[in-house]
Design a protein around this ligand. Structure first.
Ligand code: BJW
Length: 234
């Protein structure tokens, strides 16, 4: 049995990471679009660096840990690998690393990773645990003044191409079960993955309430991911 999971900010909410749209999608009064677009980065790179620096520091703080939903998915993946010949893939829109920390192995972070940065010229990525600013030296050329400030967060902003779309399309087309957890169903192409599954695929949505995508699912389970996911996968 092939299983495809899509996760969004709601799965990490109980780990203490705020979602995007529940608090009006605002961060210090700025709309998500202001701090998560290439245009926003061009207009005000310091603001965008500050936004990601704060989130990176929070992610690395001991308070933020995988919750019961992340752990249930990781344990289910291990059981599935032992007992079945099918595939299991978590496509996450989240840039946190909580699925990996919980022990999940097949994770595709389609909107990038907060603990990576990339050079705007070479597109090479680097693991990153520090703050980033306009004077940060290039990791490979630390003494080259002309290369300072050419790193950006390795994340996918609006208008940019998400990561792994071909693999996601293939996984959706052969999925027997598709489960979307804690995502608002507003941001594409993630919100359209459910449409790429076959009519025979069992489609389950887990969220606090209905979303604009709910009609595309066979089953909608309302409640917190930390309760609903372990119950579903028990
Ligand atoms: C709980 C809970 C608990 C709370 N338990 N649940 C088609 C139509 C219209 C527009 C477009 C379209 N195609 C493309 C677009 C444009 C655009 C888009 O979608 N715009 C819309 C806003 C209209 N998309 C793009 O630009 C994308 N790129 C693109 O399309 O490239 C072109 C292309 C595509 C395909 C082929 C060829 C070309 C890129 C989108 C990038 C999104 N980037 C961000 C930032 C990433 C970095 C960062 O984290 O800072 O990704 S924006 C932000 O939204 C972030 C998230 O991953 C993403 C989705 O948010 P998510 O996860 O759903 O969170 P919330 O907050 O919205 O919802 C949380 C949910 O959880 C809620 O429903 C709660 O109820 C629930 N919840 N607590 C369970 N405890």
């Amino acid at each position: 049995m092939n299983i495809l999971i899509l996760t969004g900010a709601g799965i990490s909410a109980e780990s203490g990471i705020p979602t995007f749209r529940d608090a009006n999608g605002l961060w210090e009064g700025h709309h998500v679009e202001e701090v998560a677009t290439p245009q926003g980065f061009e207009r005000n790179p310091s603001l965008v660096h500050r936004f990601y620096n704060e989130r990176r520091r929070a992610l690395l703080s001991p308070e933020i840990q995988p919750n019961a939903a992340h752990i249930a998915l990781a344990e289910f993946e291990k059981r599935h690998a032992k007992s079945s010949r099918g595939d299991f893939l978590i496509v996450t829109q989240n840039i946190d690393d909580l699925h990996v920390r919980a022990g999940s192995r097949n994770v595709l972070p389609m909107h990038g990773e907060l603990l990576k940065v990339r050079c705007v010229h070479s597109h090479k990525t680097f693991d990153w645990n520090e703050d980033l600013d306009l004077t940060t030296p290039h990791p490979e050329h630390p003494d080259d003044e002309s290369r300072r400030g050419c790193l950006r967060p390795h994340v996918v902003w609006f208008g940019e191409l998400p990561i792994g779309l071909e693999q996601i399309g293939e996984a959706a087309a052969k999925a027997d079960v598709f489960i979307a957890i804690g995502t608002s169903g507003l941001v594409y192409p993630a919100a359209g993955i459910v449409q790429q599954t076959q009519p025979t695929c069992r489609k389950i949505e887990i969220n606090l309430g209905d979303t604009p995508a709910s009609n595309a699912f066979n089953e909608c389970r309302h409640g917190k991911a930390g309760e609903q996911v372990p119950r579903l996968l028990a």
